[in-house]
Ligand binder design. Structure first.
Ligand code: SAM
Length: 330
């Protein structure tokens, strides 16, 4: 059974932030100092997550992505992963990680049948990595990439394209797709940086990113985009991997959006750009039954905004988006 929202979009994909903590400080995501992490009791417990994912599965969710913050910063993450893969109805479990602590867990992830890993990597240059992330952790991330490829776990690299910061990395990242079975995805920079600042006009839009790659690879070949794909997908003839470009700020893909999100503090978002539509943690902790939770979820799914622009306009805090992506789960 698949649920459809009020705009006739299926809802079958849950993105779950397991923590708001991170071991990097990427400037486009978090301020360098003054971050107030949630106290542990404000995070959903593993038992609550298990209950919720089971509930979502019974409502037609088949795909789950664990994200954060950095998922591996949460103690005993593997315990949670082991329990989620057992939930009837959950066909695909995916992970988004910065790769710093990940490599040690790759053999078990493989054994558990993880569907894919998204690795965030904005540059292939160690110095620029340090400048962007404010941490000197390039090597463990590259080790994770190597190991994911070795274990043949489907891997996508997420690179945020940042004016003046990593434009020189676009072509080297494209080059990674020459000999590696990897999907490199370039993402428009969004305002989720914890500071509320953004460009008056975004310069590196998806169109500009595609044109830039095309200028250097005139044979860039457009691939068919799967239903619900957030990326425009390409390949270069003779290359092993693929290239994706994600209009995350231009928001061109809302019409087929099949995803819902649970923030680290247990708030439901039915659009990345809203500021939360239901405090599920409070609901669970008030002692309600599964049926009562489902009823509230159904209400939220039937009152989904049309797109990210409407979501931003309707935020209850009446502010433009400003929160850090680490609390939302990118
Ligand atoms: N720690 C994990 C990681 O680094 O992949 C998961 C969480 S991180 C918030 C998820 C993704 O969000 C990363 O690929 C990151 O690059 C992306 N992200 C964070 N802030 C962003 C922003 N302002 N614009 C676009 N993407 C952003």
């Amino acid at each position: 059974m698949t649920l459809f929202d009020n705009h006739n979009r299926p809802i079958n994909y849950l993105r779950l932030a397991v923590t708001d903590r991170c071991n990097l400080r990427c400037f486009y995501c978090m301020p360098e100092e003054g971050i107030h992490y949630l106290p542990k009791k404000e995070l959903l417990t593993f038992e609550e997550i298990y209950r919720l994912v089971s509930l979502f599965a019974s409502m037609g969710v088949t795909k789950v992505r664990l994200t954060g913050g950095e998922p591996f910063v949460r103690t005993d993450l593997m315990k949670l992963i082991r329990s989620i893969v057992e939930i009837p109805g959950i066909k695909d479990l995916h992970l988004t990680t910065n790769g710093i602590l990940t490599s040690a867990f790759i053999p078990e992830l493989k054994k558990l049948g993880i569907a894919s890993v998204n690795l965030s990597l904005d540059t292939l240059d160690r110095q620029r990595f340090k400048a962007i992330t404010r941490r000197d952790e390039f090597e463990p991330v590259m080790k994770t990439l190597e190991q994911l490829l070795k274990e043949e776990i489907p891997v996508k690299i997420n690179a945020v394209v940042m004016d003046g910061k990593n434009i020189e990395d676009i072509l080297p990242l494209v080059e990674l797709t020459r000999n590696n079975k990897v999907d490199v995805r370039f993402i428009e920079e969004m305002p989720f940086n914890g500071e509320g600042s953004h460009y008056p006009v975004l310069s590196w839009t998806y169109k500009k990113i595609v044109s830039y790659i095309q200028e250097h690879h005139p044979d860039l070949h457009k691939l068919h985009d799967a239903d619900n794909s957030t990326s425009y997908n390409y390949t270069i003839p003779g290359y092993t991997g693929t290239i994706g470009v994600i209009a995350a700020f231009s928001r061109t893909f809302c019409g087929t959006c099949n995803r819902i999100r649970l923030t680290a503090q247990g708030v439901l978002k039915t659009c990345l750009y809203d500021n939360g539509v239901l405090d599920i943690k409070a609901l669970l902790r008030s002692g309600v039954s599964d049926d009562e939770v489902k009823e509230k979820l159904l209400y939220a799914f039937r009152h989904r905004v049309k797109d990210g622009f409407e979501a931003e306009a309707k935020r209850s805090d009446h502010l433009p988006v400003h929160e850090s992506m680490s609390t939302i789960g990118g």
